[in-house]
Design a protein around this ligand. Structure first.
Ligand SMILES: C[S@@+](CC[C@H](N)C(=O)[O-])C[C@H]1O[C@@H](n2cnc3c(N)ncnc32)[C@H](O)[C@@H]1O
Length: 336
């Protein structure tokens, strides 16, 4: 279990991603620009046009989840059927049985209304005793939609939204006496952070007996195509353009998707990272401007994702349910 803050500081994922992309493209690391991940979603400085971009980022994410849940074939293959919704349902059934009828508080790191209401509705209909809901998100544009939609599925319970960094949430501040938390971290969120940093953050938030429900896109054993298909989708391209405009300003650019090895250091295994980047057209000639990384997300294999949770976080994985193509997984784990 890694708790040492210095270790976490020394393992910033952005720098490692920048070095890997620079090496792959044969450019200097200084030519690669990576906006800080939390900054990507944070409230803009007064007077800038960043608010519209943040709203757009939230809406793109919401749209992606609505489409994903509505698509009954997403995740199935020519040979086997098991969609994202099927995998999610299976892990939610495991969540209900793991709670054994105990009441719990639902704490969501990075909320989005479509998936969240789908999950809470399923949990409640299958007998879960959800006492209240708290969302934590740095993006203020999530608040109205999240609160309004969650209230519809939890009408008699407190629904709260905390606009703050995950790093500022502590177990003491987010637990009610004698009530366990079910914490969610969905939408490939933890892929944006070094596993050591992520484990240290979860260690501050989770108390023994809490459950963590997380979702990641994985490297399927037989084809990496689902990763390229996801990042070449229209919403992800638009997300990339929005991040570029917000952090660099208006620019002509070319979109790129890269799947690269990244050495995580400090005894961690080498893993793969999916990177989207905009190659900005410089004034002199195409490609002479910087390469602006608009998203990066670690991609583990199925077993590596289990090991990653158990080795770095005093956690036990109770279930891991994947789509038929092995590209999306929901993991349920218990804080020991
Ligand atoms: C990748 S999105 C995932 C959203 C959603 N859970 C889903 O399934 O699509 C990440 C969300 O977490 C928020 N977020 C990212 N980093 C954060 C941080 N360090 N502190 C607080 N919120 C953060 C973003 O604003 C965004 O809403």
């Amino acid at each position: 279990m890694i708790r040492d803050v210095e270790t976490v500081r020394a393992t910033g994922l952005a720098g490692l991603v920048r070095d890997s992309l620079a090496k792959h493209l044969g450019v200097r690391p200084d030519d690669v620009v990576i906006p800080d991940n939390a900054e990507k979603y944070a409230e803009p400085v007064a007077g800038t046009s960043g608010g519209a971009a943040l709203r757009k980022i939230f809406e793109l994410m919401w749209g992606l989840n609505r489409a994903g849940l509505a698509d009954e074939s997403l995740g199935s293959t020519r040979y086997a059927r098991r969609s994202l919704r099927d995998a999610l349902r299976a892990v939610l059934d495991r969540t209900v049985s793991a709670m054994g009828g105990d009441a719990f508080e639902y704490l969501e790191l990075g909320p989005e209304p479509a998936k969240t209401t789908h999950i809470i509705d399923h949990l409640v209909r299958h007998g879960a005793d959800v006492r209240g809901y708290t969302a934590v998100d740095i993006n203020p544009y999530s608040r109205p939609a999240v609160v309004e939609h969650v209230r519809e599925v939890l009408p008699d319970r407190p629904v709260r939204f905390r606009q703050e960094l995950f790093a500022d949430v502590t177990a003491a501040r987010c637990h009610r006496p004698g009530v366990r938390n079910v914490v969610t971290m969905l939408g490939f969120e933890e892929g944006n952070d070094h596993p050591a940093a992520n484990a240290a953050m979860l260690d501050r938030i989770l108390a023994p007996g809490d459950l963590l429900l997380s979702e990641m896109q994985l490297l399927p054993r037989t084809s990496w195509l689902p990763i390229f298909e996801f990042y070449s989708s229209a919403p992800m391209r638009e997300f990339s353009e929005t991040v570029l405009a917000r952090h660099y300003g208006p620019a002509e650019s070319e979109y790129g998707i890269y799947l690269l090895p990244v050495a995580l250091g400090g005894g961690h295994r080498e893993t793969m990272v999916a990177v989207t980047a905009e190659s900005v057209r410089g004034p002199a000639r195409p490609g002479s401007g910087p390469i602006v990384v608009t998203n990066y997300c670690l991609k583990y294999g199925y077993d590596a994702y289990v090991r990653q949770r158990e080795e770095y976080g005093s956690m036990a994985v109770l279930a891991q349910e994947s789509t038929a193509d092995g590209s999306i997984v929901f993991q349920l784990s218990l804080k020991k």
